[in-house]
Design a binder for this molecule. Structure first.
Ligand code: ADP
Ligand code: GLC
Length: 477
């Protein structure tokens, strides 16, 4: 059994903006079930929601500020969560990265710098918690200073840094070094410095003992200029300690047989009940009720990564086809407005909900026929896996975790019952609309369609295998 401190900026169901929260909630739970002693550390944001009790544990001092460490449990598990309580930074309306008006926090460096410094104190057993981890498992840039700061400590735990998204780097002016009171020896081109700026992500990638990312394909892609976001040199230099482990999903939470958020539960032997969810989704989104018209949909952060602009570009063509489209998402204001305008102009074909809605997300997964994920890059992606388990055919670009988890419907994969979706090469113009037409052709062959649904619903996406791979990786540290 290993002692693992899991450092993350979001954890479902306490606080979530995207897939990092799903992973931070479900991987520790799976590791705890496999017998690891894993504890999570998270900032105590005002927006955290929990019914579990929260206790005061201790007070530490960082840069002359007093920080309280609180303790709670990951709901429905025995996993301990330590909350870093510093009201001046975290007890404010908004989400982990944006204030209540949607603007990025002006003091992000201070917020996550302090969080990293608190994680180091706990990792070195200086947090009065009487617990010292063997391994500190960091996630994304918000935890990037932890491996750097720990590298200066004697008898430190080993560090693993997981990249969930290389494009978000936490790069700040050099002055952040002074504000955070960072040791000067870290500031060098082979250290925390990135083109004259302080990079949290590069700090993590440089000093971590091991690096992994959330799919084998993305682990290779990020070593190239196309996907490396300027860090491809460092990542190929560290390729011997870099690997990919595909994310699992929480099948307690995402299971069409038991999901309380959907209208009718179903399995691959009662696929006809999926229709009731389609009708409920059409009712809820005020689309005409019909089981003949295929519904496409997306649930996503509305950002370029997700290829939402590609969808917008070909929407006039898509809407000429006999289809319906449901979009749930939030993000870039221009994308939001364009989607609203198109839905207003095409109320019989398209419905858009701007915002974050966990419950609706489940009904959409259950009610759709086809889930669109034309991402430009996708470290792993979770909705293509949820879709497969819910009998919804994912239509995805061939990148990262999408390439690793969806099997294209081709003559051979249809014949041997391994096809689970539609995969297209997103780098080529016009391919999205071609892929959509390909999906429609398949949709009109009910027998083949049903077989693709069944193939996907029978796939194994739970954490069991992936958590085992993390345990092996911890073992190598
Ligand atoms: P990313 O982390 O890049 O946003 P993922 O596919 O890994 O992408 O995970 C996104 C997660 O967030 C999924 O669980 C998805 O259902 C959820 N999600 C995204 N946008 C919304 C939204 N507007 N409402 C509800 N859930 C959302
Ligand atoms: C990131 C990636 C997404 C991945 C998620 C969880 O947000 O964009 O592809 O699934 O992290 O690892």
């Amino acid at each position: 059994m290993k002692k693992i401190l899991f450092v993350t900026s979001e954890v479902h169901p306490l606080i979530k903006t995207g897939g990092l929260a799903d992973v931070s909630g479900s991987l520790p739970k799976a590791l705890a079930e496999l017998g690891e002693d894993i504890r999570i550390i998270l900032p105590y944001y005002q927006a955290i929601k929990t019914n579990e009790a929260i206790y005061y544990k201790s007070t530490i001092r960082i840069n002359d500020s007093e920080i309280n460490i609180l303790e709670t449990q990951l709901p429905g598990t025995n996993v301990i969560v330590w909350l870093i309580d510093y009201p001046k930074f975290f007890k404010l309306p908004g989400n982990p990265y944006h204030d209540a008006t949607g603007n990025a926090w002006a003091n992000s460096a201070e917020r996550f710098g302090l969080f990293c410094q608190a994680a180091v104190e706990i990792a070195m057993n200086r947090g009065y918690l009487d617990w010292k981890p063997d391994i500190v498992h960091c996630n994304d840039w918000q935890s990037g200073l932890v491996p750097a700061l720990l590298s200066l400590e004697l008898s430190r735990p080993t560090t693993l840094f997981t990249i969930h998204n290389l494009a978000y780097q936490g790069v700040f002016p050099k002055s952040a070094n002074f504000i955070l009171n960072l040791p000067t020896q870290l500031w060098e081109s082979g250290g925390t410095e990135f083109h004259g700026m302080l990079s949290f992500l590069k700090s993590g990638l440089t000093y971590a003992d091991r690096i992994n990312t959330v799919s084998p394909t993305y682990a290779l892609e990020i070593q190239t200029a196309k996907f490396g976001c300027g860090l491809e040199g460092l990542l190929s230099y560290r390729k011997d300690v870099l690997s990919g482990i595909i994310n699992g999903i929480d099948t307690d939470h995402w299971n069409p047989e038991t999901d309380p958020n959907i209208t009718a539960n179903f399995t691959y032997t009662s696929l006809n009940k999926k229709q009731l969810n389609k009708a409920a989704l059409q009712t809820k989104t005020s689309l005409p009720i019909s089981d003949k018209i295929p519904i496409f949909g997306l649930i996503t952060r509305l950002v370029e990564q997700k290829g939402i602009d590609l969808v917008l570009n070909c929407l006039p063509d898509i809407l000429k086809l006999p289809v319906q489209l449901v979009v749930l998402g939030s993000g870039n204001k221009e994308f939001e407005q364009q989607l609203i305008d198109l839905a207003t102009a095409n109320p019989d074909k398209m419905a858009v909900q701007i915002g974050y809605d966990e419950e609706l997300a489940h009904l959409i997964e259950a009610g759709l026929d086809i889930f669109l994920m034309p991402s430009r890059y996708e470290p792993c992606g979770l909705n293509q896996m949820y879709s497969q388990l819910y009998g919804t055919i994912p239509l995805v670009s061939k990148v990262g975790g999408l390439a690793d988890t969806v099997v294209d419907s081709l003559p051979d994969t249809l014949a041997n019952n391994t096809a689970t979706g539609i995969v297209f090469d997103g780098a080529l113009a016009g391919t999205l609309i071609e892929a959509i037409k390909r999906a429609l052709m398949l949709y009109n062959q009910p027998k083949a369609w049903k077989q693709i649904q069944i193939n996907g619903m029978q796939k194994e996406f739970s954490w069991t295998q992936s958590a085992q791979q993390y345990i092996e990786l911890y073992g190598q540290l």
